[in-house]
Design a protein around this ligand. Structure first.
Ligand SMILES: [Zn+2]
Length: 253
């Protein structure tokens, strides 16, 4: 059986049997993979405590075509990202990114997608708790773009007219993004948005770390993102990590 050693990030993990774990990994060379880590629950394991959520390292995999669950023989952790787990804002944002990967990525090689995930998690790891939502939003939109369904933000998705500054716009997920007010009238489900929202999403997609000014605006952005992502899901199942991220006001005292 071929052995593949590839950089990977732990997206999801659960116990399997008395001694093992099953993980979902984003890998640099083999897309997203489900793997069985035999013995990973034992104290004296070769995996050690390396398999925490969002940990990054080199995974040694036995890959067999046509199989849903592959085997991981070992994982050399290079970056544990433990500080994400120490703050709920960072953790819930990173979990939403992981959910995006789990629901949309495939086992196709996609290095750009993998690197976008790594950079997003790196940014969340060092974000101040009050900025973690904005940082997570930026990372999520960049993943959406790498997954191939970024919204058009500077022209109407239907009539393709360029937007003028201050123009009233509607964000309509099932139409693929932002529409002019005239085209948007045909969609009851759309939301009126100020053009500053488009500008912020555009800036995030271009790699800028534009902060969101307050929790209300952050939540409005999260709702737009969730509705947009949900409209691209074939199975209609809810996005649970997105909902937890959106509804928790972890900074409320
Ligand atoms: Zn239009």
């Amino acid at each position: 059986m071929p052995v593949l050693s590839t950089e990977a990030v732990v997206l999801h993990s659960f116990d399997y049997s008395e001694s093992s774990r099953i993980l979902r990994l984003a890998t640099r060379d083999a897309g997203t993979q489900s793997v069985l880590a035999r013995g990973a629950r034992r104290a004296s394991t070769k995996f050690g405590s390396a398999l925490g959520l969002f940990a990054q390292g080199v995974a040694h995999l036995y890959l067999k075509g046509g199989r849903d669950l592959q085997t991981m023989s070992s994982f050399d952790c290079t970056h544990a990202r433990t500080s994400i787990g120490c703050d709920l804002e960072r953790f819930t944002g990173a979990a939403a990114l992981a959910e995006l990967m789990l629901r949309f990525s495939t086992d196709e090689h996609n290095e750009d997608l993998y690197m976008t995930l790594v950079h997003a998690l790196d940014a969340i790891e060092v974000a101040a708790p009050e900025h973690a939502r904005g940082t997570s939003l930026a990372g999520a939109w960049r993943l959406v773009a790498e997954l191939g369904f970024a919204p058009a933000l500077d022209i109407c998705g239907i009539c393709e007219t360029s937007f003028a500054p201050g123009q009233s716009l509607r964000f309509v997920p099932e139409a693929g993004g932002v529409l002019c007010a005239r085209c948007g009238r045909d969609y009851a489900s759309g939301r009126a948005i100020p053009d500053s929202v488009c500008a912020t999403i555009s800036a995030w997609l271009q790699g800028s770390e534009v902060p969101v000014p307050d929790i209300r605006e952050a939540r409005a952005h999260q709702r737009l993102l969730r509705e947009f992502v949900h409209s691209h899901l074939a199975d209609g199942r809810s996005l649970r990590a997105f909902e937890v991220w959106e509804n928790g006001d972890w900074n409320a005292r």
